[in-house]
Design a protein around this ligand. Sequence first.
Ligand code: ASP
Length: 606
Amino acid sequence: MLKTHYCGDLRKDHIGQEVTLGGWVHRRRDHGGLIFMDLRDRRGIVQMVIHPDDAPDAHKTAGDVRSEFVLSVVGEVAARKEGTENPDMPTGDIELRVRHLEVLNESKTPPFPINEESDVEELLRLRYRYLDLRREGMQRNLRIRDQATAYIRSFFRERDFTEIETPMLTNSTPEGARDYLVPARVQPGTFYALPQSPQQYKQLLMVAGVERYFQIARCARDEDLRADRQPDFTQLDVEMSFATEEDILELFEELFSNLVREVRPDLSFVSPFPRLTYEESMRRFGTDKPDLRYGMELFDINDVAASSEFGVFRNAVTSGGSVEGICVPGGAEFSRKQIDSLTTFVQGIGAKGLVSIALLGQPGSLDEEGIRSPVAKYLAVDLVETAAQRSDAKQGDLLLLVAGEGGKPKLEPGSSHRVRPALDGLRREVASRLQLADPNVLHYAFITEFPLVEWDDEEERWDALHHLFVAPMEEDLHFLDTDPSRVRSRAYDMICNGMELGSGSVRIHKRDLQERVLRLLGISDEEAKERFGHILEAFEYGAPPHAGFAPGIDRIVAQLAGETDIREVIAFPKSKSGADPMTGAPSRVSDEQLSVLGITVVEQPE
Ligand code: ASP
């Protein structure tokens, strides 16, 4: 047997037993006579001692052993000498007295240390991912992921959901991203698309009478990459017939609460999960994915700004824009330099500037002395009092205001769409500088009542905010033809700590309504028939009402693992440029392969 026990499992109970271990050399210390080595396997590390007199052959071999060699060792588990126990190691009470040692395979010196959690350049980590994954932190993340998906499966199975696989090679699905296309050899000139999500299949499964479906589904979207995005990713895909918003939100609240208890009982979450409408979330936080672990909510002073002597404020409001801000607790202490860097920051995300007002005096009885601001001379005390009152500011706080002029209305009248994203960014930035977000809290929440569509300035048409199968709210249907921007949808998102975890919705299940929405989105009847004929037709054969949801597994697991980048919880992720430095994907293919597919590559000029 190459192995009778795992290194990391050995304890005092094993003292006196002879064991055979297999693993990698984690660390080696040659003390002249004695050689100490730590041997590592998937369960942990154990210290081995090799004595030149007790095991001369093993000692001789051990002299040439280096880090990451693979060994098989036989020896006796013994208590460590008194005073040399290591309470930081689970195996720290014992050591292995080696009798026999065999090198099963040698290793080159690894390109980065495996035995410490040092910062290593990402491309190097990805190039040698199999070594990177040997490191303790990555082993932990792989297990957290496994625990989470295993729990998710058991959760849905217990509730009588059926796990069903859907095709990888399919037709383009409209999730709003570009498709990855796969040429179909047997019908030259035609292409499959990789699924952006199994959206249409899961709806068709509802028509098929499955009623409760789930899948841990692989999806692919050709989008610009970010820390929370990968070209191919995994989502927990769920669909339920005869379900309302309430059924889905309750189900997922239970799932996520249990998931934290199961996988990270040391973390806390806020229960019940808050629910905010889209409108409320935008108004209070400037975003539909706010981090709720801290305050600094947005407030507006449009009424008083409209008559302000300060032209920047007045013009913003009179042109249909707005003046909104946040209050930074204790921020009056910020230096000029700190404020300047916040100004540069908001300018970088679309704001024209930033007005700072330090409250040196007591709000409620402010005078000119009590206000410090680069534009103090234009600001009436009353305006500052109003701002302080609306933000519940205290003496010593700092008001940060952004003014935005009116522009082309996007989702709503006024140009809050410029001010609010800037304040959302500012709020996150300040929170990160002041470390206001508790890293041990998962603040889940649901956002509801999204607008059904948003105006696309460039394409000059309405786009679905989620996707085109989302049902409009019954009571807003009459706006569908008159003022589509006012139609709220039955979509909902789940968010956590400022990140979107997933979306879902009650779906359209009738052909005529689906056709109306497709028309609104500028999809001609002909195109609708060609692209969505199958689902429109299916709706005519007794499609039940249904609703679903699809949170991203990579994001869920990253948060459970305390990571900010989803690549840390994906075994083989792509780099920031979408490449896999280990396998070399994406890569060129031979002319022969191309010619079979009838494809010619047109070289792009540099
Ligand atoms: N298919 C949607 C998505 O991937 C989620 C859903 O509506 O179920 O975003």
